[in-house]
Design a protein around this ligand. Sequence first.
Ligand code: G4P
Length: 295
Amino acid sequence: MEEIKSIQWFPGHMTKTKRKIISQLKLIDAVAILLDARIPYSSCNPDLRSIINNKPRLVVLNKCDMADPAETKKWLALFRQKNIAALALDCKTGKGLNAFIPTVKNVLADRIKAWNSKGMTGRTIKVMVVGIPNVGKSSFINRMAKQNRAKVEDRPGVTRGNQWFTIGKGFDLLDTPGVLWPKFDDPAVGERLAFIGSVKDDILDTEQLSGRLLEYLRDNFPDSLCARYKLNKEEIMPMQGYEILEQVGRKRGMLISGGEIDTERAAAAVLDEFRSAALGKLTIDRAEDHQDVRI
Ligand code: G4P
């Protein structure tokens, strides 16, 4: 099956957001980059590095409840090896959230020391949260805020509409001003974002997308795929995605009048089930394939 080529983003939004982020960098001390633990590479905006320039940063691998824990460990090790603080979180249950504030303080240790020596003890630490749509920014901020009895505040000198959240004594989060779209020259990146549901399905051909996903699963996680849909590994190996999709529909008894397979319904089921980790905790971007990742 052909790769999905038609995923389009909106460079207009991107330019505006870039400008906003750059203009707000002076208000913050560090940037928390939220990535999807299933696709830490594909969910990372490649322009971010130049946008945030030399601001202290940390990587947050969110949705780790849906990623392979062994792979998440490898990703954390890879970032740390590059001297980038990284932690894994799950905003559904709140697992890992407690490590956030200490990690930021660790990243800013030298600055905090300098503040203290200038008598600025207890200076509020401000962190901007960035990440592509759907990565869990609102969930993260809400969780952190709730956990620490949040208060949304308007701050003097800050444009209206900015969202500051106090998440602890002397600790504020700034929600991203605008939408940070991913940019991808590599069609595989777009496809992976679509697999996890970061690209709205109404602009995609779901049968084609699920066909591609089935081919991907067959090549990378054949056992999970076959177990879920009771497929025969040898049988599906030479098949095209669409044929595997038909097999899934047949196994599930998804038929339309005349006995034809309802591939549209089968496609929706495959995508839904993959996105809710019903096929297991699967990480698509593997750390060993992205040793050169830069943030
Ligand atoms: P955004 O602000 O970055 O756009 O993302 P948002 O917080 O809206 O989260 C997008 C979706 O991801 C939401 O699901 C949210 O519940 C889910 N999500 C966020 N963090 C996690 C996580 O750590 N683990 C899992 N499994 N899911 C997470 P939704 O289906 O859009 O909404 P809802 O069903 O939660 O209402």
